[in-house]
Design a protein around this ligand. Sequence first.
Ligand code: C2G
Length: 447
Amino acid sequence: MRVITYGTFDLFHEGHRRLLERARALGDYLIVAVTTENFDDARGKLNVQQPLMDRIKNVQDSGLADEVIIEEYEGQKVNDIQKYGVDVFAIGSDWLGKFDYLKDYCQVVYLERTKGVSSTELRNESAGILRIGVAGTGRIAHRFVDEARFVSGVDIEGAWSRNSDNVKLFVDQHELDLAADSYAQLVDACDAIYVATPHGTHVEYAAQAIDAGKHVLCEKPMTLTEAECRRLQEAAEAKGVVLMEAIKTAYSPGFQRMVAVARSGAVGDIRSVDATFTKLTTGEVRELDPEQHGGSIAELASYPLLAIVKLLGEDFIDMRTTSFRPEGSAVELYSRIDFRFPHAVASARTGLGVKAEGDLVIGGTRGYLYVPAPWWKTEYFEARFENQSDNKKYYYKFDGDGLRYEIAEFSSLIRRDERETFRLRASESQWLARVIESARADAHAFG
Ligand code: C2G
């Protein structure tokens, strides 16, 4: 019986070794395919630390492979299985169901993945792996764990939420090691915490983790006031840990290139920025609950404000917020935050109860950049000019849900022992908190 398995095998750890052992036991000849850099890039796997040759050596040194090959293109598995006369395809259970299409060619076996590869007794072996704990088990937390699988060198260790039933479900579903009984237990078990709890509780949980000397990746808006933002940043600095606001757009390659193109004068001097993000929301949900800091500004304004601060900087002359709060709604359902900058104007529009075109338009003295919805997952934009033959189209890659980019950035900051990223500076997080705080306070509401 010939068995085959595939993987990146970066920073070879206990989870990899156990997988190979069990794959080998399914037959008498094990072929291990190691992914090339190009293939990992194409499938959206980020932050692979070791070059292909080292990763091949990891597998050879395990002594578990009879033959090592490389995986370099999409669809290769179908060909390999036939070419090498494979009887069994084995892969970890994090891929459950994903390779059922190979059943036409051989037997497909999903082997239970090893939970908590970097648990204490394995700590030495798994040096270099960042253990992240997830606080909160809402929608975004689920997406976070799924996306973290595409970032090499991070392991989601466990989760905690106020509702212990939710924690157990979450941990089972994602095959995590730890369903923490208390937040303190989660903090203690991890190197870093992803805070994905309701807005009003970010500060408390982020502060607790920082206090314990743990790095923090905090959902947006990181804080609802500028003072709280500064307080967290000062605490992180004092403890020498990374504190990063999780606005995925800021870390995605397409958005960064778009900002760089705009700021390089592709459409002349930037004179206006209009950014819109709307998401229709109904029912008894956090987003519409004033007690939980709902409303279109707290909920959505981080994205359009990010575009404005990146394109025009922090120094505006004044701002004015107009919100639409219809009778019967306790929170604003549509808002526009209008800015005057020394040489430009800008508007951030957000809606929970009003739908609008979610585009980003950057007007310049020579032309404009048009970034169609969903511009916050920037994949494509155009530079447009009076003379249409000058128009130019730009295409980028945006993998999955995009959360992998913020996870990759967070992990590489920690790895490089740096505290701040130019992609979203500490002062820009402060600016976002300041604007959100004052927009919510000053909103001239009607409706
Ligand atoms: N694995 C595991 N337990 C872990 C981590 C990984 O059992 N804690 C398994 C994975 O499920 C996979 C193998 O180890 O079967 C290699 O994992 P990676 O190097 O992360 O590679 P992966 O991204 O899973 O690539 O074509 C490539 C394949 O799709 C797998």
